[in-house]
Design a binder for this molecule. Sequence first.
Ligand code: ADP
Length: 492
Amino acid sequence: MSIRVKLYMSYLAMVFVPVILMIAFMLFYFYAGGIEDVREAFDKERKEPYLQALVYGELSYVLENDAGKLEDKEYLSDIQQRLGDLWAGYLFSKNGRITSVAPFLEQVAPGQNWQKLLEEPPATVAFSSYRFETYNIDFKYPDGSDGRGVLFRRNDTVPIYWRPVGTAFSLAFIGLTSLLLTYFVSRSIIKPIKKLEAAALQIKDGDLSRKVEATSRGEIGQLSIAFEEMRVRLKHSIDQSLQYEENRKMLLSHISHDLKTPISAIKGYVEGIMDGIANTDEKRTRYMETIYRKATDMDQLIDELFLFSKLDLQTVAFDLKVMDFSRYMEHFMDEQRFDLDKSGVTLHYTAHEVGSIFIAADPDKLSRVLTNILNNCVKYMGQQSPQEAKTIIVRVKELDQFALVEIEDTGPGIEKEDLPYIFDRFYRAEQSRNSETGGSGLGLAIVKQIIEGHGGMVWAENAEHGGARFCMKLPKSGAVKTVDEHEEHTDH
Ligand code: ADP
């Protein structure tokens, strides 16, 4: 429930609940007091002044004109009875001595000093928690004796203490209701806020692990959801920056190691030449060739490093052109076939069967990708015995939204545990960490950067016969995302 609705409802409840409680309390009071039909009670109360007026009129006539009737016991008891029904009663006296006390008065105020009340009647008197007014009338009996009548009449249907008690109860009901409602409403608001506060404090202290769950669907629920999203993103970005930091350290240590190794080798060979260890022409030529090879490796490493860091910093512009991917691949493979033949590798290219597949791609970057993968295939197949057939199979397929290329070799394949990491920068599987294969460990990282920069995907698996298979999906021209869009996507 939203806070607004909660507040509206609690304000309404603050008005209605005390009223309902008061009515319930009054009904209880009535029933406890023996009144079964409340309407009847109200009706009686309404008619009371009228009936009283009738009896009083009759009595004042009797007192003035026919006071002897008061000595008629039957009449006296009848009139006292009628008065009693209307919460009133007379005190009569003859020559200062009480002759009759209304049974009703005896009932509501047993043991009263009636004589005193007769002599000095107060304006009002309280009997049984009710206030009674008094009226005294002096008259003459037919025999000439002095008579006095004091009328006690209830002047308020509500007992004396009931009004302040009733007010106190009303105030208590209002106070209690508002207290309880305020407590429950504020608890339902404050509790989730407290939870958020605790989570915010934890985040402030650097602990982003506590999940914030939305307990309601109102404003606070929405706030909790937004807060949780913020926490997840913050955690992700902190994890990411920690990862970047780790990568940066790894990168530096790898670069220094990879540059140091060939430089030490070059130094060693140059010293060998200078110290005359290479004392024959043949040895010198071999030394010089090794130095050249090491320098070339270093050059290649620096080139790859340079390209990789530019891709990583996203400072390389992709010159996207819509092109027929089948034709591009056919052309590229034709160019490669000669070099591959020279290395003793047979290339099988299976083109896409029908028509063209249009993609938007940067041809230079794409050729870099294919070269890196083909070079790897040649390199790792080179580790095998010369007798084994070396074949690279390239297939182009068309999927719904993508063009798919598969490049497969008949080399040793990739260890299962290495598969998830080979596209990481500087990752080299243990077997290839030797001088024979060389390589920077950046080749596949560059492939991944470029393919993802095109909005595509790249992954590796092992072919059924054991060789490595690299698969790349590039979006077809209609489905291509811009590089920026893709970056935005991957940033999140
Ligand atoms: P490297 O310079 O070490 O080749 P790459 O990034 O090009 O670095 O490749 C990463 C790792 O992936 C390599 O060290 C190697 O273990 C594995 N790899 C890549 N291509 C192949 C392949 N065709 N066959 C077997 N393993 C491969």
